[in-house]
Write a protein that binds this ligand. Structure first.
Ligand code: ADP
Ligand code: MG
Length: 240
């Protein structure tokens, strides 16, 4: 079963503007880790935000689990999103930060406790649950942000350049952590980055984008060995 299906999707901001996403067609399978990669401004975040319901779709359809979601509000989509500028609540403990979304959903307290501790165990931040965000390192804070996403046990994970605020060493470490997390949780994941290395090392499949148009969809090996055009060849071949 395909988790997410794009059918001739377009996006333009404002009525008379040119589309920034053009005729986007893609099928994402259950449990895949798909990376959208391309230069800044090519429409990656816009595409992700349309899946989450944070942007309207100008034309075409998006289906999640065979359900047309064009008009479905974000809260009714079983999706968790992690951004680059993840904001933790500074005055809440790590525990409260992770529990926050579940409290909003009025989950019973003992169930929240089980879910928060399970997420913290998976992310290896159990020992920091009583700390405030400012008492954590950048990498630990990023894990708390991930904790807030995984605690909801979503069907789909959307990540928009979640590591780009971290220093290079931590970024490499967190890539490995995210791959491990994906193997463990088996959640369908779409990961957006402008970083070719990140795409090549993390993806089951890569979607290379340019000017709102898909250039190639393939495994990292295929994209590297058989680029579909000179743009893909130079973009993937050149160092980040
Ligand atoms: P990426 O994430 O690949 O860097 P974006 O999806 O953020 O690209 O942006 C794609 C294009 O849409 C860019 O030209 C950007 O300037 C434009 N854009 C993004 N968000 C808005 C918005 N809210 N209003 C108008 N134009 C936007
Ligand atoms: Mg972006």
């Amino acid at each position: 079963m395909s988790r997410i299906l794009f059918n001739h999707v377009y996006k333009h901001y404002g009525k008379d503007k040119l589309p920034v996403v053009k005729d986007f067609n893609l099928e994402i399978e259950d449990k895949e880790f798909v990376v959208f990669v391309g230069p800044s401004g090519c429409g990656k975040s816009t595409t992700l935000r349309m899946i989450a319901g944070l942007e309207d779709i100008s034309k075409g359809e998006i289906y999640i689990n065979n359900v047309l979601v064009n008009d479905l509000p974000p809260k009714d989509r079983d999706i968790a999103m992690v951004f680059q500028n993840y904001a933790l609540y500074p005055n809440m403990s790590v525990y409260e930060n992770i529990a926050f979304g579940l409290r909003l959903r009025k989950m019973p307290k003992h169930e929240i406790d089980i879910a928060v501790k399970r997420a913290a165990r998976v992310l290896e931040i159990e020992q920091y649950l009583e700390r405030k965000p400012k008492q954590l390192s950048g990498g630990q804070r990023q894990r708390v942000a991930l904790g807030r996403a995984i605690v909801r046990n979503p069907e789909v994970f959307l990540m928009d350049e979640p590591l780009s605020n971290l220093d290079a060493k931590l970024r490499v470490q967190m890539r490995a952590e995210l791959i491990r997390l994906h193997k463990q949780l088996e959640v369908t994941t779409i990961y957006v980055t402008h970083d070719q290395t990140e795409a090549m090392t993390m993806a089951n499949r890569i979607v290379v984008m340019k000017d709102g148009i898909i250039q190639q969809v393939d495994t990292p090996e295929e994209v590297y060995n058989n680029p579909s055009n000179t743009f893909v060849a130079s973009f993937i071949g050149s160092p980040p």
